[in-house]
Design a protein around this ligand. Structure first.
Ligand code: NAD
Ligand code: NA
Length: 395
């Protein structure tokens, strides 16, 4: 079939297999161009490996350190007349490239919150890898069925305490408007913590530890976001922020256990705001990202997920470096985003933004380019008018 982007609000319902493959190759080339990461991870479990920061982590581990990787993700294959999700194509492209480079790469597609997928992962590690020395936890999900209670929790993106009004942008139509989001109730807060908090990460680490699958000195890392005052009511101080506080709680608990059992370590890396499928669904944030990209590109310090993850591995986790923790014990690769000079410019642009000046004052064009790239569109060297086979089997 001939596959074109079909954008519906903040999602694109199509994805291009060879475009996704070219996007993966760009990321592999970037990691290789930065040179090998010394004393890097060798056997890695990535939970949420098919897109975004988890994918960047997997590519960095494999092509920066020659790591064997087991990837866990939840993606949909192509169905009659409908291409697969980008994470499906990304994973196939990554796995082919890893195998061609002589690297071990295996995949499990299913619900990472379930006991069954954890069991499959443990069996796979036992059989093929023996132990893992790095566990990356990078899930972003709207729902979680709790494996003990069976209850289905849905996460929300809401403020807490009071309604929140701010500017937002319809990234597809380029319209800037005001949006008011009603606050979450206690149940909404609890549900969001159940989905995006740290309990599932702890369950994974407990299961791996009980099965003796964590190598001496093993590292565990999960990702968080803080951001500037403009987005605090919807992010840091909202329902998702509460879940991230719980993720930090889990990091400390896992760290204590890893130290006591295998001499390992666990922590949170606070990453930069970037266009991903997860972030594009948050009100207000895409406008902030469009302004941020404009400012950071002008200063020559813009990074995408792969640059962020390569920098995390090369300057904080490995290469003879020790993590430089903030006062809360977190690694900060959002350091460039949060620079005073960057945020001062964002704050200057923010109140001026309107539909009319959006293209001039913000990098809405860059936002759209990066958004489409996530689905395999706009990559150089791809003929988007050509027939392409959408049915690709998972490897
Ligand atoms: P993403 O949507 O690109 O990736 C999510 C991954 O989780 C995918 O691989 C998906 O297949 C997988 N997944 C979702 N539900 C699953 C399930 N039930 N079982 C198995 N796999 C499942 O998201 P992302 O933006 O890379 O987010 C990853 C982490 O990074 C999140 O904790 C997020 O809060 C954090 N983060 C994001 C940003 C940002 O700006 N995007 C910034 C800082 C931190
Ligand atoms: Na991810």
């Amino acid at each position: 079939m001939i596959i074109k982007p079909k954008v519906r609000g903040f999602v694109c319902v199509t994805a291009h297999p060879t475009g996704c493959s070219a996007h993966i190759q760009q990321q592999i080339d970037y990691v290789k161009s930065k040179g090998p990461i010394q004393s890097g991870p060798k056997k890695v479990l990535v939970i949420g490996s098919s897109t975004g920061f988890g994918l960047g982590s997997r590519i960095t581990a494999a092509f920066g350190s020659g790591a064997a990787t087991l990837g866990i993700f939840f993606e949909r294959p192509s169905e009659e007349g409908r291409p697969a999700t980008p994470g499906w194509y990304n994973t196939i492209a990554f796995t082919k490239a890893a195998h061609a480079a002589g690297l071990y790469a295996k995949n499990i597609n299913g619900d990472a919150f379930s006991d069954d997928i954890k069991k499959q992962a443990l069996e796979n590690i036992t059989k093929d890898l023996g132990q893992v020395d790095l566990v990356v936890y990078s899930l972003a999900s709207p729902r979680r069925q709790h494996p003990r209670t069976g209850a289905v929790h849905k996460s929300t993106l809401q403020p807490i305490g009071a309604p929140y009004t701010n500017k937002t942008v319809d990234t597809d139509k380029g319209i800037v408007s005001e949006v008011t989001i009603q606050p979450a109730d206690e149940a909404g807060i609890a549900d969001t913590i159940a989905v995006m908090g740290g309990e599932d990460w702890e369950m994974w680490m407990q299961a791996l530890g009980d099965a003796k699958l964590l190598a001496p000195g093993a590292t565990a890392v999960a990702y968080s976001y803080i951001g500037p005052v403009h987005t605090w009511p919807i992010y840091k101080d909202g329902t998702i922020g509460r879940a991230k506080i719980d993720l930090e709680r889990a990091a400390k608990a896992i760290d204590a256990k890893l130290k006591a059992t295998v001499g390992g370590r666990a922590f949170i890396s606070v990453n930069k705001a970037l266009v991903t499928q997860a972030s594009s669904a948050i009100p207000v944030v895409p406008l902030y990202i469009s302004i941020l990209y404009k400012v950071m590109k002008a200063k020559g310090i813009h990074e995408a997920t792969i640059e962020q993850m390569q920098r995390l591995f090369a300057t904080q986790l490995y290469n003879g470096n020790q993590p430089k923790f903030d006062s809360e014990g977190r690694v900060r690769v959002d350091d460039w985003e949060m620079r005073d000079d960057v945020q001062a410019e964002v704050s200057k642009i923010w109140p001026q933004c309107t539909t009319e000046n959006l293209a001039a004052l913000t990098d809405i064009a860059g936002y759209r380019t990066e958004f489409l790239k996530m689905f395999g569109f706009g990559l150089p060297g791809i003929d988007y008018d050509a027939e392409v086979e959408p049915h690709l089997p998972m490897l």
